[in-house]
Design a protein around this ligand. Sequence first.
Ligand SMILES: [Zn+2]
Length: 428
Amino acid sequence: MPLLKAMRHKILLLLTLLAMSPVLLAQTQDFDRWFTGGTLRLDCLREGSAQGDTVWVEHWIDRQCDWHGSRTQLLDPFNNGDNRVVVRDAATGRELYSRGYSSLFREYKDTPEGRTVTRRFEETLLLPMPKGKVMIALQRRDQAMRLVDQTVVEYVPRQTRLETRSPRNIEGKEYEFLDHGKDVDFSLYGDSYNKFDMAFVMQGFDTMDDMAYKQVCNRMKQLLFDKEPFRSFKTDFNIYFVKGDAGVEYNAFGIDRYAMTFKVWQLHDVLGQVPCDHIIIVLNNKKYGGGAIYNFYSVSSLHSMAEMVLTHELGHGIGGLADEYVDEELSYADLHRTKYEPLEPNITNLVDFDSKWRRMLKKGTPVPTPENAKVPRTENGPLGVYEGAGYSSKGVYRPVMHCMMRDYAPFCPVCRERIEAVIGLYTE
Ligand SMILES: [Zn+2]
């Protein structure tokens, strides 16, 4: 970063430290004890099928930029995502940093091809750069949904060889920031480590003229903050726009509307050093489509339904929420009809409902709750436990009659609570 900016950061940090509570101060000092303030990027490969998989680090990369994540919320409080990365102090085994995430591989292994055919998938993990020797565990779920170490790699400062990437020259194309602030009001840019950094990667906009491009960017910002709970938190966000080819194509896994990228490393090359607590890839295409994976990335097109699609996908991408709708035709319709409680906070198969939204139910609410056909599609209706969710018509339950994760109604209280908690994880 430019020297002046670095100095400004130091001064701001000093001022912030003076104003912090003792607990926060201790946590920040903890961060400084274990991490340099830089960013380590791990480009990993996961290879396998439903029969099993292996994962390894293919490229160790110094992102050559400040750590954009939180400096106080270092451990992931949620038991969500198919995978988790855990950074441990090599000497004591103490957990220093962890984050849950999912990847395209989980969906692949539930497809007909994925049951037998081995394929490779790219994953990129961004971590605070460790100061000392650490062990980095790539975890996955075992049969009982518990997180277990799958691959453990050692990182030793100055010994582990780190590659760099040119941030300004991706396939010969310069990328640009669209500096928000001049023409919109929700532009309170703050330090990336206590803002939720939303990085929009704009695919297919290279030949669009500047005026039109700016309009698209403004529309995306409006879409993001159009719905609650995002609207109430808009000053907690930093927004970045980067033009580039993220490799997204429609028809992922043979589903026409499912637009995803398998070129995750390329996506991160396009991002370069841009802070990204979450990534939204925007396609310059009016065709309906999109997709999202928890703590991985989300995709939206410019379809007229984009505002609904984007908000719904962010429920997956940011909140780690499940679909609350029923679609028995899907090959993975019985995904949650198991003897283990699903990980997602907004559905339950009643195996361990106490871990879900029982505490939020009004006293006397029957479990399960009978459907109420009178609730209009624009309202949630009363909180309950309604059968039919997570693609299954039987045995899986949702909190309300209508929700963004079911039929584009407003987010229900259970979904909202989780999204707000996740935003807090990056802004506190
Ligand atoms: Zn919901």
